[in-house]
Design a protein around this ligand. Structure first.
Ligand code: NAD
Length: 355
C-alpha cells in the first residue's frame, strides 16, 4: 500500500480555522478507510513564518514540499506582510512558479440546498497558471512590468506554444472523462498575437481529440454567456488572467466564494487551494466557511487517486465529497450561506455524515 505524503500549510487569517476543520474531516474519513495511508506534515507559511523564519515562505517549506505527493495550502494575507515583501511573489504565486504548477483547475457546480444565481451548472475551468498577463510569473528573471516614468506603466503579456499546449492537453484529457466538450476563451479580435496564439494552439491540440466538440468565445462575450446559460458549458480552457476572473464569476454564480475549490497541478504534484483569501474581517470568529478548502482537498485526493490508479484513494475522496454535499443539502451551512453552523460545528456535521 502506498503512503501518500501530504504537506499542510495553515496560512493566515481564517486559514487556521478552515484548514483545521478540513484536517478533522480528512482524518476521520481516513480512519474509516484503512486501505489508504496518508502522512501529513504541517509546514510554515504566512505571518507566523515571517516571525519565526524571517520569510512568509521559508526555503525549508519549499524543500520539504518538493518531496511530497501534494499539499493543502490555506490562504495567505499577503496584503498584511511587511513592505519588504512587496517586490516578491506572494506565497501562492511563488509555489505555482517554483513548482511549475501550470494548471489551475477550478470547478463550478450547482449544489443542492444552496441558494445561487444559476442552477444546473457543472463546469471546470482550466486556467493557464504560469504566464499570460501575470508579471510576477511570466518572466524567467525579473518581472514583466515597468514604470517608464511616474506616469507611464508597461505590462507585458507572455504566451508560449509549450505552455498553451500543456494546458490545452490537460483540458481535453479532462473533457474525455466528462461531456466531451471544450470551450476556448480568448480575446483574439483585439489581442491578436498573444491570445490569438492561445486560440490557435488550443485548436491544434483539439485535432488530437476528434470526439471532443470545440467552440470558442471572446472573454467579454463569455462572461455574458456564463450568466445567461452556464449549463451549456463543460470544460473551459483559457489564459491566466481571464481564467482568474471567469472563475470568480462562476464561483459566485453557483453559491459564493466560500464554496469554491481549486487545485494547482503539474504532471507529478498538486496543491489544494480554495479560491478565497484570508478573510481578515471574520478571522477568529469561528464563522468562516471551510467548504472551499474541504472540496479542494477532495480534488487533490481524487487527482492523486487517478494519477496513481488507486481506487481506494478515489473512494476516500468521494466519501468526503458526499458527506460535505449532504451537509449542505440538509441546510447545515455557515453564516455566509445563511446558516448558523460554526466552522467547527460544520466539520462535526460532515464527520457524522461520513458513515
Ligand atoms: P477574501 O477572499 O479574503 O475576502 C473577501 C470577502 O469574502 C470577505 O468579506 C470575506 O469575509 C469573505 N470570505 C472569504 N472567504 C470566506 C470564507 N471561507 N467564509 C466566509 N466568508 C469568506 O479577499 P480579500 O479581502 O480581497 O483579501 C484578503 C487577503 O487575502 C489579502 O491579503 C489578499 O491578498 C489575500 N488573498 C489570498 C488568496 C490566497 O491565498 N489564495 C486569494 C485571494 C486573496
Amino acid at each position: 500500500m502506498k503512503t501518500y505524503q501530504l504537506g499542510v500549510m495553515y496560512g493566515d487569517g481564517i486559514g487556521e480555522e478552515v484548514v483545521k476543520a478540513t484536517l478533522d474531516v480528512l482524518k476521520a474519513a481516513n480512519q474509516m478507510n484503512d486501505l489508504v495511508k496518508l502522512d501529513l506534515e504541517v509546514l510554515p507559511m504566512g505571518l507566523k513564518a515571517i516571525d519565526e523564519f524571517g520569510h512568509p515562505l521559508p526555503e525549508q517549506t519549499k524543500e520539504k514540499l518538493s518531496k511530497k505527493d501534494g499539499w493543502i495550502m490555506g490562504p495567505h494575507d499577503s496584503a498584511a506582510y511587511p513592505d519588504r515583501f512587496n517586490e516578491e511573489r506572494n506565497p501562492s504565486g511563488e509555489l505555482r512558479h517554483h513548482f511549475d504548477l501550470f494548471a489551475n483547475i477550478r470547478p463550478a457546480k450547482s449544489v443542492k440546498g444552496i441558494k445561487s444565481l444559476v442552477n444546473d451548472a457543472d463546469l471546470v475551468i482550466y486556467r493557464e497558471n504560469t504566464e499570460g498577463y501575470y508579471p510576477d510569473r511570466n518572466m524567467y528573471s525579473g518581472v514583466g512590468e515597468w514604470m517608464v516614468t511616474p506616469d507611464v506603466a508597461l505590462s507585458t503579456g507572455v504566451f508560449t506554444r509549450p505552455a498553451i499546449e500543456r494546458i490545452a492537453r490537460a483540458a481535453f484529457e479532462a473533457a474525455m472523462t466528462r461531456h466531451k466538450q471544450v470551450t476556448i476563451v480568448h480575446k483574439a479580435n483585439v489581442i491578436r498575437l498573444g491570445t490569438g496564439l492561445f486560440k490557435e494552439v488550443c485548436l491544434e491540440v483539439a485535432k488530437e481529440y476528434p470526439e471532443v466538440k470545440v467552440n470558442d468565445f471572446h472573454v467579454d462575450a463569455m462572461a455574458a454567456h456564463l450568466v445567461k446559460r452556464i449549463s451549456d458549458f463543460d470544460i473551459i480552457v483559457t489564459e491566466n488572467m481571464f481564467g482568474d476572473i471567469l472563475s470568480d464569476l462562476t464561483g459566485e454564480l453557483v453559491g459564493g466564494l466560500g464554496l469554491s475549490p481549486a487545485i494547482n497541478a503539474n504532471h507529478t504534484q498538486a496543491m489544494a487551494q480554495a479560491v478565497h483569501g484570508s478573510a481578515p474581517d471574520i478571522v477568529g470568529q469561528d464563522i468562516a466557511n471551510p467548504v472551499g478548502v474541504m472540496l479542494s482537498t477532495v480534488m487533490l485526493l481524487d487527482w492523486l487517486g487517478k494519477k496513481h490508479q488507486d481506487n481506494h484513494l478515489i473512494d476516500l475522496a468521494k466519501k468526503m465529497e458526499d458527506a460535505i454535499l449532504s451537509a449542505l443539502e440538509k441546510g447545515k451551512t455557515t453564516p455566509d450561506l445563511g446558516g448558523t453552523e460554526s466552522t467547527e460545528s460544520f466539520a462535526k456535521v460532515v464527520i457524522n455524515l461520513l458513515n
